[in-house]
Design a protein around this ligand. Structure first.
Ligand code: ADP
Ligand code: TRP
Length: 331
């Protein structure tokens, strides 16, 4: 029996962080056991905000190296660059003709920009390019082009998945045929929103990230800056209302969590101690992946080869799908 298809993408807009790891990368890699996986660098999505060719290219390599360092096996999963699969843009143009402007008006990222412009007394569309406005359509093309069954993502992408399903269903309805496969989002409850240094969602856009592969000294320094309250060492502390403990839970075993929880509740423990415990567990889990990442980043030719080979295979699959779709539309 054919395996189902799992697909996800990460934009090269910044150095991958632990939110990306737990929200998307780790679950996606686990899925490769049961699914045919297609994981890509969403570089056309990044173009909306990055216009520096060197930067966008460097970040694309960082994201690819992160996938590989975290355990993605390019012999078992397709790893490719969106920009090297032009059929994506064919399908994206097609989907635009079936997407109402009203649907795009409701997209969170666009709405947030308009809202912030209004608050600053600017023109509502200030700084909004059409790439940002039609972002969910390009994402729908990424997903629908590969007949994806499941899409592992963090909770922030749920609306984009709903829009993808909406667009696909309207096409299937118009042509009275299953032209496009309806995908399912895969959003794990326990890791759907990883918090950042300040307790808000960890995101490049909030500048509150903990990069996945920081060298140990820098990682320790950053952890020491996680926002905590001003309780004294003696005071009893609530682990369930603490940014440090929330992050600790991602890395520690049940026994380790229980031990630290007891220390919070007993009083006499300072934030420095909790942060140190967090550094230890985090560094231990990340260490082997960081070693691999650093080696990969010294061998960009290898990364380029993986991406080129993956992109070639992706184009083969994509061109069949686009032929099929165009045929149905009358082209
Ligand atoms: P960012 O918000 O930092 O720009 P991206 O949009 O590039 O991150 O996210 C890439 C993937 O990582 C997406 O699937 C997204 O849902 C997931 N992700 C990003 N931040 C988090 C987070 N804080 N918690 C859980 N998943 C996240
Ligand atoms: N929009 C996603 C993000 O901001 C990245 C992305 C682009 C994606 N295309 C995708 C995720 C297709 C899953 C499937 O993180």
């Amino acid at each position: 029996m054919n395996k189902g298809i799992a697909l996800t993408g990460i934009k090269p807009t910044g150095t991958p962080h632990i939110g990306n790891y737990f929200g998307a990368i780790k679950p996606a890699i686990e899925l490769t056991k049961e699914y045919d996986a297609r994981y890509f660098i969403a570089d056309y999505h990044a173009l909306n905000s990055i216009k520096d060719p060197q930067k966008i290219n460097d970040l694309a390599y960082e994201v690819a190296a992160t996938w590989l360092a975290c355990g993605l096996d390019p012999d078992k999963a397709l790893v490719y660059r969106q920009s090297q699969v032009p059929q994506t843009f064919d399908l994206s143009t097609i989907l635009l003709a079936f997407t109402s402007k009203g649907l795009m008006n409701r997209a969170h990222a666009y709405k947030a920009m308009v809202q912030s412009n209004k608050e600053l007394n600017r023109d509502p569309d200030d700084g909004v390019n059409m790439g940002l406005f039609t972002y969910p359509v390009l994402m729908a093309a990424d997903i629908l082009l590969f007949d994806s069954d499941v899409v592992p993502v963090g909770k922030d992408q749920a609306q984009h998945l709903e829009m993808t399903i909406d667009i696909a269903q309207s096409i299937n309805h118009i042509y009275k045929k299953d032209v496009l496969k309806i995908p399912k989002p895969l959003i794990r409850k326990s890791t759907q929103t990883i918090i950042g240094m300040d307790g808000r969602k960890m995101s490049k856009s909030y500048n509150n990230t903990i990069p996945l592969f920081l060298p140990p000294k820098k990682l320790r320094k950053l952890i020491m800056k996680i926002v905590t309250n001003s309780q004294t060492i003696e005071e009893v502390k609530d682990p369930d209302k603490c940014n440090v403990f929330a992050l600790y839970k991602l890395f520690a075993t049940d026994e380790q969590q229980e031990a630290l929880r007891k220390m919070y509740l007993a009083g006499g423990m300072g934030w420095g101690h909790a942060k140190n415990e967090l550094f230890e567990v985090m560094n231990e889990l990340i260490f082997p992946m960081r070693e691999k990442y650093n080696k990969l980043m010294e061998n960009k030719d290898y990364i380029a080869k993986v991406l080129d080979e993956g992109s070639e295979k992706a184009r083969e699959i994509a061109s069949k799908k686009i032929e099929y779709v165009k045929n149905i539309l009358g082209f």
